[in-house]
Design a protein around this ligand. Structure first.
Ligand code: KDG
Length: 312
């Protein structure tokens, strides 16, 4: 495996009409979860990715497993729980530019994950372990599972990648800040957004914030700056990597996961760090132009085309 990831994936319902969801009659159903989004992004780019999770023993659990398997991600470590449900998630489009997200995931099957769900050998055979700050927010068990997965990775020489992915609806600010800071310090590579960096370390400029993550323990800091691109800070390379212009943002959700998949894909392919981040910027931009978290993730040919066209 190139990358193994771990986390909750839900069925995503999107009303076909805009406005308040109470008036919506028809919904599309898709599959969404930050970590499986990354795994799918990597698989589309030709890498080997695995996803660890728990699903409810219900039709939605079956849907998620078969969708992710169909995308070429290894789901051999996914288990089914017959006493809890698969999580659901609604993306309400209030106006053309205003989304409202609503979760139905408390006490879901994934929130009951425990370190019994982890196989050290499976993790030790990967090059990278990708985890996010969503999973520890689901439950104490989930937090311990993330810690254990990181411990297995570290003692087997697997590079740990952490994306804070702050979800304020899931926990209190003070606890979130404490946990995200701790996990960021245990990772080799961190991928915070500038807002998340400010949430964790306080308001400052991107250079000082990147330095704060570095001083906290991460060897490579890749900070997302939205449309502007990203800022990189590591021993070998420091500086901006410009973003790609987007004609029209259709759905921004999942762009950060596309960015993570693109950066990791570049690193796996042996690109220099800033070139890898450029690939991340391109994938992130492409995701925003299509509805759904994963539907806009490109294969290698489309990605190369997009990069070449934009920079001709
Ligand atoms: O990054 C996209 C995710 O936010 C979305 O897929 C849902 O995993 C999700 C979450 O917990 O918000």
């Amino acid at each position: 495996m190139d990358v193994i990831t771990l986390g909750e994936t839900m069925v995503l319902f999107t009303p076909k009409s805009s406005g308040l969801m109470r008036y919506a009659g028809d919904f599309s159903t898709k599959v969404a979860g930050a970590e499986s989004n990354v795994a799918i992004g990597l698989a589309r780019l030709g890498h080997q990715a695995g996803w660890i999770s728990r699903l409810g023993k219900d039709e939605f659990g079956e849907k998620i497993q078969s969708f992710i398997r169909g995308e070429g991600v290894d789901v051999s470590q996914v288990t089914f729980d017959d006493s809890a449900s698969t999580g659901l998630y609604f993306k309400e489009k209030l106006t053309a530019n205003e989304l409202r997200l609503k979760y139905y995931r408390s006490d879901s099957a994934a929130s009951r994950m425990s370190d019994d769900d982890l196989d050290e050998t499976y993790i030790s055979n990967a090059r990278f372990l990708h985890v996010t700050g969503i999973t520890p927010a689901l439950s104490e068990h989930c937090f311990e599972t993330v810690l254990k997965a990181m411990e297995y990775a570290r003692r087997n020489g697997v590079t740990v990648v952490f994306d804070p992915n702050l979800r304020r609806k899931l926990w209190t600010d003070s606890y979130a800040r404490q946990v995200l800071r701790k996990l960021s310090g245990m990772a080799d590579i961190v991928l915070p957004g500038i807002d998340e960096a400010e949430f964790i370390f306080g308001q400052s400029d991107h250079e000082s914030l990147a330095q704060a993550f570095y001083d906290n323990g991460a060897k490579t800091v890749i900070m997302k700056l939205g449309k502007k691109g990203a800022y990189v800070h590591s021993d070998r390379s420091t500086g901006f990597v410009g973003g790609f212009p987007v004609e029209q943002v259709v759905d921004p959700v999942g762009a950060g996961d596309g960015f993570a998949a693109g950066c990791l894909s570049g690193i796996i392919d042996g690109l220099e760090l800033k070139e890898a981040v450029r690939r991340g910027n391109a994938v992130g931009a492409m995701v925003t132009m299509v509805d759904g978290d994963v539907e806009g993730l490109p294969g290698k040919a489309r990605l190369t085309d997009f990069i070449n066209k934009t920079h001709r």
